[in-house]
Structures are given as structure tokens and as C-alpha cells.
Design a protein. Structure first.
Length: 104
């Protein structure tokens, strides 16, 4: 179950990352509240996952999911550039997350 909690935490991490920009530097109240709620949810589910997973593995996978999701959504929704370097970086992150999962 810990890996399911970790995946859920990663999904909230991705949502939280996407919710930062609309706060406009935490000057807009409703987007700021949403951002704080998403961040709290991400940390809550990460905490559940870390009951059984090693902290280093869990946190590395958590941040990897967040990074992959942020880059992917940036490309898909915001027109961020698709370059060989960015794709290589994402591939390395995916490889690291998979390795962490397989060896945990």
C-alpha cells in the first residue's frame, strides 16, 4: 500500500507545482488556498508512504514524479520547449525512479 500512497502523493505534488503560478506570488487568495491544500495533501500522503518505505527512496520517487509531471504538463499545456536536453533529463529521472522502485 505504501507505493500507492507514494503515487498519490506524487500526483498531488504535480498538481501543487501547477498551482503555484496562478497564485501570482501568493497575492491571489483563492489560488493560494488551493496551492496550500494541494501541498498539504502531497506531504500527508508522502508521510503515509514513508511509514514503510525508506525515506531516501520515497522522497526521491516523490520528487521524481513531481519533476516528470511538471515538465510533461509544461510541454502539453503551456507550450514549454521540447528539446533533446529536456527529454534526456526526463528519461534520466524516469530511469532513476524505476531503479529506486525496483531496488527498494
Amino acid at each position: 500500500m505504501s507505493w500507492a500512497w507514494l503515487l498519490l502523493a506524487g500526483a498531488f505534488e504535480v498538481a501543487w507545482a501547477q498551482s503555484l503560478k496562478p497564485t501570482q506570488g501568493f497575492t491571489r487568495p483563492l489560488p493560494t488556498v488551493l496551492c496550500v491544500v494541494l501541498c498539504a495533501a502531497a506531504i500527508y500522503f508522502l508521510g503515509l508512504a514513508l511509514r514503510e518505505l525508506p525515506t531516501g527512496t520515497g522522497y526521491a520517487v516523490f520528487t521524481g514524479i513531481g519533476a516528470i509531471g511538471a515538465v510533461s504538463l509544461g510541454i502539453a499545456l503551456h507550450g514549454d520547449p521540447v528539446t533533446a536536453g529536456r527529454l534526456a533529463a526526463v528519461a534520466l529521472i524516469v530511469a532513476g525512479v524505476v531503479t529506486a522502485r525496483v531496488t527498494a
